[in-house]
Design a binder for this molecule. Sequence first.
Ligand SMILES: [Zn+2]
Length: 79
Amino acid sequence: MTTGPDADRPPVPCRDCKTPLKSAQGQARGRGEQCWREYRRRLRAAQAATAAPAGPVRTSTAGLDGPDLFTTEEITDVE
Ligand SMILES: [Zn+2]
């Protein structure tokens, strides 16, 4: 047997561009080098969007409903 190691297995196509992946690393990831970078770039962008939501950031608890640690009047009412 002088055939290559990948001669007996069907070529794994890239999930994005359907190009047959030649490297074992690409086959394990399911994407070629180019598409893998693009995939990770989109993934990080999506994670950044959820980690840091757009809009004003609330820095104080003023305006929140319900009693907080500084409103002790209602708590000392208990006999
Ligand atoms: Zn691809």
